[in-house]
Write a protein that binds this ligand. Structure first.
Ligand SMILES: [Zn+2]
Length: 273
């Protein structure tokens, strides 16, 4: 499941291959992925537009055009690839955009849970409105985090997943960042202490930056647009390590379920206080 480091890796891979090119055609094979828009309307809207740039907000990819934005959310299994026309695009192609230099942007998505949307006005991109801070860009104080956590009844781990505090964190990096910060994932968000908040502010960008440096995490089939797999799975401190000893205190790593998602944490040094 792509999280911030994987999505950023994708964006960095496709940006130089797309910027400055114009779209000469578009085809969408799974109408549901565009809803409430339709393949015909989106294809027509994209036609002839020039790509000004590609950027990321949280886990969302924004392909910025002159006169609009194409939003791509990879969700579970989506991926983007730039190929020469006529090259083998592999299985699971769900959408493609033809570009004026003889290449195509291919959207592959085995499970078809990804989302594609066209916005003519970038101020109306609704999925961006509820997103929290950018972990690698926004400098935040303990006081700002404390204010956002106050009144939140969720435990800190599911809260990290809901994108409203920081955007871009998913299930893997939430567990990893909480271990680095020595914070119990079961602790109610509003009851985090000042030192815990201060450690979390440092651990979230640290873990994401380290993962980005590794080209992200590849558990099954994630690869960047050049086909390179991520390697951060070799750096995991807790994720997938249930029963193995904690690298800090030696006690066994535990696996629990919170909000239908697996959480990994140390039963020793991440104890609720
Ligand atoms: Zn430990």
């Amino acid at each position: 499941v792509p999280e911030l480091p994987e999505v950023e890796t994708v964006v960095r891979g496709i940006r130089p291959k797309l910027t400055g090119l114009s779209i000469t055609g578009a085809r969408f094979l799974v109408p549901r992925q565009l809803q409430p828009q339709t393949p015909r309307v989106v294809a027509k809207a994209l036609m002839g537009r020039r790509i000004r740039g590609v950027r990321r907000r949280g886990k969302i990819i924004l392909i910025e055009l002159n006169g609009g934005t194409l939003l791509v959310h990879l969700r579970m299994t989506g991926s983007l690839h730039v190929r020469p026309i006529g090259a083998d695009n592999g299985d699971y192609e769900r959408a493609r955009m033809t570009l004026d230099n003889g290449t195509i942007l291919v959207f592959r998505d085995p499970r078809t849970l990804g989302i594609l949307r066209f916005y003519s006005d970038s101020d109306t991109i609704e999925p961006l409105r509820r997103l929290g801070w950018e972990p690698l860009e926004d400098e935040v104080s303990a006081e700002q985090v404390r204010e956002r956590l106050a009144r939140r009844k969720l435990a800190i781990k599911p809260l990290l997943l809901d994108q409203s505090l920081w955007a871009g964190i998913g299930n893997i990096y939430a567990s990893e960042a909480l271990w680095v910060a020595s914070v119990d994932p079961r602790k109610k968000a509003s009851s985090l202490t000042r030192p815990e908040i201060e450690r979390l502010i440092k651990s979230v960008p640290r873990v994401l930056r380290a993962a980005l440096h590794c080209g992200g995490t590849t558990l099954r089939d994630f690869a960047d647009p050049n086909g390179r797999r991520g390697s951060y799975q070799r750096e995991f401190r807790v994720y997938g390590r249930q029963g193995e000893p904690c690298f800090r205190c030696g006690r066994p790593i535990r696996k629990i379920v919170q909000a239908q998602r697996s959480t990994y944490f140390c039963s020793g040094c991440q104890r609720r206080r």
